[in-house]
Design a protein around this ligand. Structure first.
Ligand code: ATP
Length: 275
């Protein structure tokens, strides 16, 4: 693990040390093999005895910093379980999950909560916005809950990335589904997290709004040097990623660079043929 860390050269600035404050003006994503998140020999067993389900069966996968990775696989293959364990929302039965250098199993509940708050962003299928707060307040909610000031310039620039400047004082109910998910995306990135985990982020959206949100996630990765890991069952959505990793029966079975919807669909069809 540590041997693959930091491939940046002397004149490159690692993303987390970048002095750029504005997403629009950040340099393009640094190519690096440094993992923002990873799991090693991950095993997750739900239940016990006859009813035990081995949802993850020895998965090792790294999610490189500054990249957009999609997790795909048939229903029940372990996608959500992998994401939840990698993000510290659930614990592994054995193996390890790391955010940067931090092994999540070494943290007590309080420190794990702080790590999730400070270093991870989440986007879920349900937008999970607070209905009584304005768009602006929803975006800065994680920062406000943390009692910090955050980085006002960063948040301000994010508002432009997600195209919500003219909606800042509206409430979620006054927005379309796509706009609400864009608020959720801005909120996920507001605290400059090391990695944003997105679980079926377009599941509740029509295809046009979905495309907008996916384009936004891609832009956020490229323009703000962040890392996104997205679970999806949609080949079109997965094709927005830099790389797709495929799970089947709780195992990592394939990886695909530069995915296209057709290539991803063909790969998924191979699973159906086999089952
Ligand atoms: N809390 C749980 N208790 C028991 N079994 C579970 C639990 N959560 C998931 N499982 C099982 O673990 C396996 C993997 O589930 P998981 O939700 O990770 O798959 P998935 O690939 O995300 O599926 P889908 O695409 O249908 O959402 C499935 O067999 C599922 O039934």
């Amino acid at each position: 693990m540590s041997s693959s860390r930091s491939t940046t050269t002397a004149n490159e600035v690692p993303p987390e040390h970048s002095t750029s404050r504005e997403p629009h003006r950040a340099a393009s994503a640094t190519t690096t093999s440094r993992p923002a998140a990873q799991v090693v020999d991950a095993v997750k067993v739900y239940g016990s005895g006859d009813t035990a389900v081995r949802a993850l069966d020895g998965v090792s996968v790294a999610f490189p910093a500054g990249r957009f990775t999609a997790i795909m696989g048939p229903s029940g293959s372990g996608k959500s379980t992998l994401m939840h364990c990698a993000a510290g929302l659930d614990t592994l039965t054995s193996g390890s999950a790391l955010i940067g250098d931090t092994d999540l199993s070494s943290l007590d509940d309080r420190r794990l909560t702080l790590l999730r708050r400070d270093r991870i962003g989440f986007v879920f299928q349900a937008f999970n916005l607070v209905p009584t707060l304005t768009v602006a307040e929803n975006i800065t909610l994680p920062i406000d809950l943390a009692g910090g000031r955050g980085d006002p310039e960063w948040v301000d620039a994010l508002v432009d990335v997600v195209g919500l400047r003219d909606r800042l004082h509206h409430r979620p109910a006054e927005l379309s589904g796509g706009q609400q998910q864009r608020v959720a995306v801005a909120r996920a990135f507001a605290g400059r997290p090391d990695v944003v985990f997105a679980d079926e982020p377009t599941g509740n959206l029509d295809s046009r709004s979905g495309e907008e949100v996916l384009g936004l996630l891609g832009r956020a990765v490229r323009e703000t040097e962040r890392t996104v890991v997205m679970v999806t069952h949609d080949p079109v959505a997965a094709a927005h990623a830099d790389e797709v990793v495929f799970l089947a029966d709780g195992r990592l079975v394939d990886r695909m660079e530069a995915p296209t919807p057709d290539k991803v669909l063909d790969r998924m069809k191979a699973f159906e043929v086999r089952s």
